[in-house]
Structures are given as structure tokens and as C-alpha cells.
Design a protein around this ligand. Structure first.
Ligand SMILES: O=C(O)CCC(=O)C(=O)O
Length: 270
């Protein structure tokens, strides 16, 4: 699978409309990739919390409309990262969208673990309550977003639903870059999946510096590609057979004992 990670910046002095145009140019430069992935809430800018209500859109809004065109134009899957979605009841979500090469929506995922540390996301957005694995021509792709990296039970839920690749759009600050590296590697090894983690770059509202460092990690823990700190398009070709090979040779998932047999863990202990 040929992938391109669009590690986009969301400078506070750029409008969302201008950013969509610029993002489209970067996406176009990824021609030849079968899957193109963008970061979390890049149109509004993750740290532009005051802008969430104004930039919120439905799945018929300008960001998904642009993504449909990109997907059709490239003949590729486009994972739009995520956008501030407004539902019919007026609630706001951090929603990831995967578009198929014909421009149709392959799946959506509303971020479950909204973030509240030095962030107003948890105050402004409603958490999602379901997991999603899309069956695609590129294999089963599971959805997570940013902070979800710290919750392994969500990842195990994706693996139990068949995920072999997991995409992680993010707006992860540079202050915790080593956590980002550690969790993306850890989840890949622990869940025996390919992790495609695409972070934002640059400095956002409030002077928050993003880590960049988008990366692809295989289930053996090998880092197949890693970006620098600035805006860039990172390309990589992934041999997806690595997932079945690693799972067969080192059958950690098959060796699970809980919750397969919880009775084993009900003893009094020491
Ligand atoms: O967990 C972290 O350190 C960063 C999480 C985050 O920035 C997010 O979920 O948007």
C-alpha cells in the first residue's frame, strides 16, 4: 500500500477556506498514493477553540466536499483527518472521515476520548460512543484520533473488529513528542497492527507548537517512515502482509487469557 501523510500546519492567521485550498495542493502533490491522510481538525485548527462553533459543518459541508473531489481526482482513499461536525441536534463532535476513491464515505468515527488537559475540546465537543473499522480495498482500516492513543482498550476493540491498519490523525503538541513516539510504537507492537499516525505541524493559536513527527510503525515496531517537525508530505510503501506474518509467528493475540477466561483471575491473590 502506497501512503502519503500530509503533515499540515494550521497557522491562526489563515482562514479555513484558504487552508482547504492549500491542503488541496499538498494532497495533489501526493498523486500516486493509494491512501492520503491528513491531521486532526486541520481546517478549524485544533487549538482555535473559539472558532469551533463557526467552523462546525455537517458531512455535506465544505471540508468533506473538498475531500470527495480530492479522492476522485487522485483515484485514492483520502482520510480527511478530522473536522468539527455539527449534528442535527446542534451537538459538536471531532469526526474523522475516510473517503473511498469514488468520493463516497467509507466510514466516519467520532473521537471517543475528547481531550481536556490544557485543551477546551472536552468542554466544547461531545464524545463519540462507537468504534469503526472500514472494509476497504486496502484491507480493514480502524479509526482512532489523537488522545485515543493513550487508551489501549479502544485499540483492542478495533483489533477484535478485524483492524489490521489503524489510522491516527492528531494535533499532538511538541511538548510531549516522546509520548507520541512511544505510544504510536507501543500500540503497533501491542495490537500487532500497522499504525499510520499523522500529526499537525507548525504553531497554532495560543502559541502551541505541534510536534509534527508523523510516523508509520509496523507490528514488529519498525519505524517505516518518520517526518520532521515542519509541514511536509511524507510518502511510504507498506507491505501489509507483515501483519499476518507477525501475528502467525509471534501469536500474542491468540495467547490472550482475559477476557477469554476471566475465571483464572478471580483468586484471592497475595
Ligand atoms: O495525549 C496527548 O498528550 C495529546 C492529545 C491531544 O492533543 C489531542 O487529543 O488532541
Amino acid at each position: 500500500m502506497k501512503v502519503a501523510l500530509v503533515q499540515l500546519a494550521s497557522p491562526p492567521d489563515e482562514t479555513a477556506a484558504d487552508r482547504r485550498v492549500r491542503a488541496g495542493q499538498l494532497v495533489e502533490s501526493a498523486r500516486g498514493a493509494e491512501l492520503v491522510v491528513l491531521p486532526e481538525l486541520w481546517a478549524a485548527g485544533y487549538f482555535s477553540f473559539d472558532a469551533y462553533p463557526d467552523e462546525a459543518e455537517t458531512l455535506d459541508g465544505p471540508t468533506v466536499a473538498a475531500g470527495r473531489e480530492w479522492a476522485r481526482g487522485l483515484g485514492a482513499y483520502v482520510h480527511l483527518g478530522s473536522l468539527v461536525e455539527r449534528d442535527a441536534a446542534g451537538r459538536l463532535f471531532n469526526t474523522a472521515v475516510l473517503l473511498a476513491p469514488d468520493g463516497t464515505i467509507a466510514h466516519t468515527y467520532r473521537k471517543v476520548h475528547v481531550f481536556g488537559y490544557a485543551s477546551r475540546e472536552a468542554e466544547l465537543l461531545t464524545p463519540g460512543d462507537s468504534l469503526s473499522v472500514a472494509e476497504t480495498e486496502l484491507g480493514p482500516i480502524g479509526a482512532t484520533t489523537c488522545y485515543d492513543l493513550r487508551f489501549p482498550e479502544l485499540w483492542r476493540g478495533l483489533v477484535d473488529r478485524g483492524a489490521k491498519t489503524v489510522v491516527v490523525p492528531a494535533a499532538w503538541p511538541a511538548a510531549r513528542r516522546e509520548h507520541w513516539r512511544m505510544f504510536t510504537s507501543c500500540r503497533a507492537v501491542e495490537e500487532q497492527v500497522v499504525v499510520i499516525a499523522v500529526n499537525a505541524a507548525g504553531t497554532q493559536r495560543g502559541g502551541v507548537e505541534l510536534a509534527g513527527t508523523s510516523r508509520i510503525v509496523d507490528p514488529w515496531g519498525t519505524v517505516l517512515a518518520e517526518a520532521g517537525g515542519g509541514e511536509e508530505v511524507l510518502r511510504c510503501e507498506i507491505d501489509q502482509s507483515i501483519v499476518d506474518t507477525v501475528r502467525a509467528e509471534f501469536p500474542v493475540l491468540a495467547d490472550r487469557r482475559w477476557p477469554v477466561s476471566t475465571a483464572d483471575f478471580t483468586g484471592a491473590g497475595v
